[in-house]
Design a protein around this ligand. Structure first.
Ligand code: NAD
Ligand code: IPM
Ligand code: MN
Length: 352
């Protein structure tokens, strides 16, 4: 039995999470295991219900399950709230409270979508890299922070142990892949990046079989679109990882394609990398694949059943190969299908 807490959130969150839940239900029917899904309010949706973006009940539920499935939070309705009350602050709180220090964001190109990318087919074909984004430190959490009428300030700070634990995961994972880690920083300007670089290199002594190189973040942004195939594993800080993974999204054709796993030592949460997409919310247009592929990551990392992760990825691949396209991955002339139609196609390809 798997107990999953779902927190759909705002905008397209509920639409894409519904897609992922259909996939979970199909897997349960097909393989005969029991899946209990408990839904809890989160973000703006929770604010409207309870006057709080993240209630103690939702947080407790996230601690009392095998894995959390998150849609997205935020939207224009809550943008003018003070920072600490914004839905985004609640997302940061959940990550911090559950100590989800590593955010794994795989950028893998499906063959069927090579022409959906805004980059040339030859550039994107065969891309397969994994970003380890540090998720509970850096400028997102550093103190002091604030702004007044004339000044705004944030603090980018990393402790040795924070760098070490994310770099360790990156090295360990690279060993099971192509054995190459690129650490991305801004050590030519930022002292915090110098510490980052020093710690990564010290740790590398334990992983001499893994090839390590450093890259400045501005160059990395360029290299990812110039030649994405050069990367295997990327390890980087919270803010740099946020930005670089959205860039990686476009290699795969759309932000709606990229899943993620946010993991710590005790808990794990699975979420697409995209946001609540207010521009297409409630229109049954969103691409549910990022969220469905996040379920594949859940089976891989939390439930340790990689065969089922592969089954989900295969069903996505088959649906795409048979021509299923939501608007974000469609080319001119393609028949565009809805969120629910894409979900149904993937469920069908999963088989019974
Ligand atoms: P966004 O990721 O929501 O959208 C960017 C663009 O990508 C939009 O044009 C959107 O329509 C498109 N897009 C995103 N996901 C898609 C999908 N699944 N299918 C098709 N198209 C998709 O980023 P934004 O517009 O900068 O932010 C909107 C809100 O979401 C903000 O409040 C932001 O803070 C929040 N946000 C939340 C998360 C999260 O909850 N993890 C992540 C990013 C942004
Ligand atoms: C993401 C988002 C979040 C982040 C925001 C909404 C807090 O952009 O998950 O990538 O910056 O981490
Ligand atoms: Mn982001």
């Amino acid at each position: 039995m798997y107990k999953i807490v779902s927190i759909p959130g705002d905008g397209i969150g509920p639409e894409v999470v519904a897609g992922a839940v259909s996939v979970l239900e199909q897997l349960s029917r097909k393989h005969g295991f029991e899946i209990v899904i408990e839904e809890h309010p989160f973000g703006g949706a929770s604010w409207e219900l309870h006057g709080e973006m993240l209630t103690q009940a939702t947080l407790d539920a996230c601690r009392n399950c095998d894995a959390v499935l998150l849609g997205a939070v935020g939207g224009p309705k809550w943008e003018s709230l003070p920072h600490e009350h914004k839905p985004e602050a609640a997302l940061l709180k959940i990550r911090k409270e559950l100590q989800l220090f590593a955010n794994l964001r795989p950028a893998k190109v499906y063959d069927a979508l090579i022409d959906a990318s805004s980059l040339k087919a030859d550039v994107v074909r065969g891309t397969d890299f994994l970003v380890f984004r540090e998720l509970t430190g850096g400028i997102y959490f550093g103190q002091p922070r604030g702004f007044d009428e004339n000044r705004g300030w944030n603090t980018m700070v990393y402790e040795r142990y924070e760098v070490e634990r994310i770099a360790r995961l990156a090295f360990e994972t690279a060993r099971k892949r192509k054995g190459k880690v690129v650490s991305i920083d801004k050590a030519n300007v930022l002292e915090v990046s110098q510490l980052w670089r020093n710690v990564v290199h010290e740790l590398h002594k334990e992983f001499a079989d893994v090839e390590l190189s450093d890259m400045y973040v501005d160059n990395a942004a360029m290299q990812i679109v110039r030649n994405p195939k050069q990367f295997d594993v990327i390890v980087t800080s919270n803010l740099f990882g946020d930005i670089l993974s959205d860039i990686a999204g476009m290699i795969t054709g759309s932000l709606g394609m990229l899943p993620s796993a946010s993991i710590g030592t005790k808990y794990a949460l699975y979420e697409p990398i995209h946001g609540s997409a207010p521009d297409i919310a409630s229109q049954n247009k969103a691409n549910p694949i990022a969220t469905i592929a996040s379920v594949a990551m859940m089976f891989e990392h939390s439930f340790k059943v990689p065969e089922i992760a592969r089954e989900i990825e295969q069903a996505i691949e088959s649906a795409l190969a048979s021509g299923c396209r939501t608007a974000d991955i469609a080319n001119t002339g393609d028949r565009v299908i809805s969120t629910t139609e894409m979900t149904e196609a993937i469920v069908r390809h999963l088989g019974a």
